[in-house]
Design a protein around this ligand. Structure first.
Ligand code: SF4
Length: 265
């Protein structure tokens, strides 16, 4: 019997799929797929992600590049929601690099406590603010080459800042992004820098920032690390990993997370 699905409670980004489960899930990176075919498939999937997650956006609250840079550094090992709870007090007291560079460490640690690893994070943001004051005149630089010279800032953080505060397209390879593009069969690499370079070949540059948000939303809501909701996934027909999670639509829908519950990683 075809399972009946509760359409009222089915989120718009969940798509019950009728694809037959594979006897043996394919190896994600198909050596026989030509670069041209992979690019076409990738672009089709990227367009579908835009349809599935029209609300995708940067979930860190910020009003300028400095706030976004600090918030991104603080988001390591915690959720964006937790960071958003501490940053209003942080930026009310230390609104710019000069103020933050001169912050009282104990006070800073107290503010950052809810984010976990608060001593290390206090060190990171103090070092970051001091570097901005000493080397960049108290301004956040708008170039990748400069951003990655700042303490605690790698390509991922730099791309978040470039893409969302400067309007410079950037691919944000976090844990969700890497997992999903490997499952999509776009790359087999684990190294984020190589993953970024390979995905950059497949997705048009102008779309990089929004594409990153959409992939991350899909990872949080549907294609989870432990149990992918394959039977409720709008990408199922193009995904070689279809079948690594439940393919029964009803079982899969139970795994789909709502936006409120999805910011857990
Ligand atoms: S949920 Fe399944 S079908 Fe969808 S992208 Fe993830 S692995 Fe592929």
């Amino acid at each position: 019997m075809t399972p009946t699905l509760d359409r009222v409670s089915t989120p718009a980004y969940a798509r019950p799929t009728r694809r037959r489960p594979p006897a043996h899930p394919a190896s994600p990176l198909d050596p026989d797929e030509t670069p041209r075919a992979r690019t076409r498939r990738a672009r089709r999937m990227a367009r579908e992600l835009a349809v599935l997650h029209p609300d995708a956006h940067c979930e860190l609250d910020f009003t300028n590049a400095f706030e976004l840079l600090v918030a991104t550094v603080l988001s390591a090992q915690t959720t964006d929601k937790t960071v958003n709870k501490v940053t209003p007090a942080l930026f009310a007291k230390y609104p710019d690099p000069v103020a933050l560079a001169g912050a009282d460490r104990a006070d800073l640690e107290e503010i950052l406590k809810p984010t976990g690893f608060f001593r290390a994070k206090a060190n990171s943001v103090l070092g970051l603010a001091q570097a901005l004051v000493e080397r960049f005149d108290g301004e956040v630089p708008g170039r990748m080459a400069d951003l990655v010279t700042l303490p605690g800032v790698g390509r991922k953080t730099a791309n978040v800042v470039l893409g969302n505060a400067f309007g410079v397209p950037g691919l944000t390879v976090d844990t969700h992004f890497g997992r999903l593009v490997r499952r999509f069969g776009w790359t087999a690499d684990e190294d984020p820098v190589k993953v970024e370079a390979q995905v950059a070949e497949l997705v048009p540059k102008r779309d990089w920032t929004m594409f990153s948000h959409r992939v991350i939303f899909h990872g949080r809501r549907v294609c989870h690390a432990k149990k992918a909701a394959c039977g409720a996934c709008g990408l199922a027909r193009w995904c070689p990993s279809y079948g690594i999670g439940p393919t029964d639509p009803e079982a899969a829908l139970k795994l789909v997370r709502t936006p409120a519950a999805s910011d857990t990683e």
